[in-house]
Design a protein around this ligand. Sequence first.
Ligand code: PGA
Length: 253
Amino acid sequence: MVKIRKTLIAANWKMHKTVGEAANFVKDFLPQVVGVAEVDMVICPPFTCLPYLSAGLKDSCVQLGAQNVFWARQGAYTGEISTAMLQDLGCSYIIVGHSERRHIIGENDLIINRKLKAISEAGMVPILCVGETLPEREQNQAREVVRLQLEQGLKGVAAPELVVAYEPVWAIGTGINANPADAQEMTGFIREYLAILYDKTWAEGIRILYGGSVKPENIAQFVAQPDVDGALVGGASLDAHDFARIVRLNSNA
Ligand code: PGA
């Protein structure tokens, strides 16, 4: 199957790795992905590793992303980080609406919408995470939950470049990945709904990722789905060898 959209594999390190650990990762990882041109790679480390990675990944084909951002460009917002600060460090992507921020920190769709507007105004690329909880799936509400997250999150957002990550909450960090056919069903639905919200041709070009217990052993089954254009990888992105195998879509190495 030939896909029109280039595969994107993004690492979400979450609250892991000191600068020294990030340096070791880069040293191990980069030689393993030399010559990988058919996949776009992004690493989203904690803020504290961004300056180091900005320099360490400079001449590589790996792009840099952030795990969070605040919506104002500057001001009295103790503890927050702006799009301008992230751009200054060479970040192109920003994860927004991750389920850990929704469920642990309490971020709602209004906050997510403000962040998406700020990212779009800055010309950066949001990776908007959406996904249902297990009770919501069991009650057949997965589509409606995801539809509402998209509708409310993207309200009034001009998103020339957008990445959506479908991450069922019950699959994140649990070792229980979604069935690839279910991931296709949901990513296909997301693309159809984006076509309604925006435009069909634009929606055809948008990359939609799957996230939730992606491993070297299952990545190929996900990207084989017509509407799954890559993955957002948490736990398995912390190990340079495993992440390189995922980027190579290779379960055997
Ligand atoms: P996981 O996390 O790969 O550890 O399940 C995915 C994510 O939270 O983006």
